[in-house]
Ligand binder design. Structure first.
Ligand SMILES: [Zn+2]
Length: 442
């Protein structure tokens, strides 16, 4: 008893010596600040004042530190809000022969491997991702581990299992013997009819999904000969959207063919993913309703490249990849011209994680100015997430998610491949181009 009492005394003393808990301030001295939704052009010599996890102020000039402040010299650098990728699959990475993966490796193996993907993504300057489909609960576990500070990675918003129809693109049993892998269950995200659509949505949310992902049409990488036909009936999609909305969740719809996209847009999804064969008519519907396009041009290009490698994909996939892949960039260019709302997304996982910035190059190549591409990966992405109160710009009270590069990305967008500095929620994860051990507890 006496021991415990004297121990408490020691703690009390330590508490007094440490003084009241006060978050250390960090002053980021940014030579140039590119924050497209706040300033309609780059601004020079700004200080981002960070207190704890949040931005306390953005001040003109280089604010002089007070006692205890830490200063980060980014005077030669270009600072931006943390980048946001709205279409990742961090629970896996497709490789040659990936179709037998689920039979060889356990969820535990895959989860540990995935923890290197989250790290690569954060080091590439992506401080937030919307992950749009993972199995075995790996995405949910990754999000939770990152939030606890156990794993290094971006702030993740996750979907859990994709919702798909029997035999659809997201049905994990498609292309395999039904007597061995089973018919695909609601638990796995396979839903048919309005009642199961509602049940599947509620179960995904019950397990912790931040948003709901559906496969509204066929897709490229599944073992299914159809890549573009509609997979859901409109009343099924509407049931998913309305159920998700009841729980404050948005719905993202994977889609390549126009009919499936029209159904999804009419039913009220928040975004069309890929959008390969979008007609002008459907684009106009998206503009009218504020539906975002997340084009994932990188996925289209990379599957077309991989399809040319002998034996990389199954024959049915090769055909689809060569047909669908190259079209996405042209569609993106048309959508940009027409004024469809665009948010940045890559489909990382279909190609190697950490290469997310490649999408910027393709967007700019398709006619979008670099400034707008950065806007799409910051403000617009946060808007589609429904998190503009905390993310997407560097303003008072928002998360201190800041990245910096040494060359001007507005002159050459490829500068975004070389992220030199990464701060997420006030913690520095990368400085002078090298990973740093976190210096402030998240
Ligand atoms: Zn995807």
């Amino acid at each position: 008893m006496r021991f415990i009492r004297s121990l408490s005394f020691v703690f009390l003393l330590l508490g007094v010596l440490a003084g009241p808990a006060q978050a250390q301030r960090t002053l980021l001295h940014c030579g140039t600040l590119i924050d497209p939704a706040v300033h309609d052009a780059p601004v020079e010599e700004r200080t981002v004042v960070v207190e704890g996890a949040r931005v306390a102020a953005v001040e003109s000039g280089y604010t002089q530190p007070q006692e205890g402040d830490r200063v980060v010299n980014l005077r030669q650098a270009y600072c931006m809000p943390g980048l946001i990728d709205m279409h990742t699959h961090l629970s896996g990475e497709f490789e040659k022969g990936g179709y037998i993966d689920p039979f060889r490796r356990s969820p535990a193996d895959r989860a540990l491997e995935a923890s290197t993907y989250t790290q690569a993504t954060l080091m590439a300057g992506f401080t937030t991702v919307r992950d749009v489909g993972g199995d075995e609960g790996i995405d949910l576990a990754l999000r939770n581990a990152i939030n606890r500070g156990d794993v290094v990675g971006p702030r993740m918003f996750v979907a859990g299992n994709t919702l798909a129809v029997s035999g659809g693109h997201g049905d994990p049993t498609t292309g395999y013997r039904e007597d061995i892998v089973g018919p695909g269950t609601v638990q796995e995200g396979v839903v048919n009819g309005v009642s199961q659509a509602i049940e599947g949505t509620r179960r995904a949310i019950k397990r912790g999904a931040d948003h709901v992902k559906i496969t509204a049409t066929g897709g490229v990488l599944s073992l299914n000969e159809d890549g573009t036909r509609p997979h859901f009936q409109e009343d099924e999609i509407r049931a998913i959207v309305e159920t998700a909305r009841d729980h404050g969740r948005k719905v993202a719809a994977h889609a390549h063919g126009d009919e499936g996209m029209q159904r999804a847009v009419r039913a009220g999804v928040a975004s069309i993913e890929h959008g390969t064969y979008l007609s002008d008519e459907t684009m106009q519907m998206m503009i009218d309703r504020g539906t975002y396009l997340v084009a994932t041009i990188t996925a289209g290009k990379s599957v077309a490249d991989s399809a040319r490698i002998e034996g990389y994909y199954a024959p049915a996939v090769v055909e689809k990849a060569l047909e669908v892949g190259p079209i996405i960039q042209e569609t993106f260019a048309r959508a940009y011209e027409m004024g469809v709302p665009i948010a940045f997304g890559t489909d990382a996982g279909v190609f190697r994680h950490g290469r997310n910035a490649t999408e910027f190059e393709y967007m700019v190549e398709a006619g979008m100015p670099p400034f707008e591409a950065i806007h799409a990966a910051t403000y617009s992405a946060a808007d589609l997430l429904g998190r503009l109160d905390e993310l997407g710009t560097l303003e008072n009270g928002k998360y201190a998610d800041v990245v910096a590069v040494s060359e001007n990305p507005l002159d050459d967008i490829r500068a975004l491949h070389d992220i030199g500095f990464v701060m997420k929620a006030g913690t520095i994860y990368k400085q002078d181009g090298a990973p740093t051990p976190p210096t402030i507890a998240p």
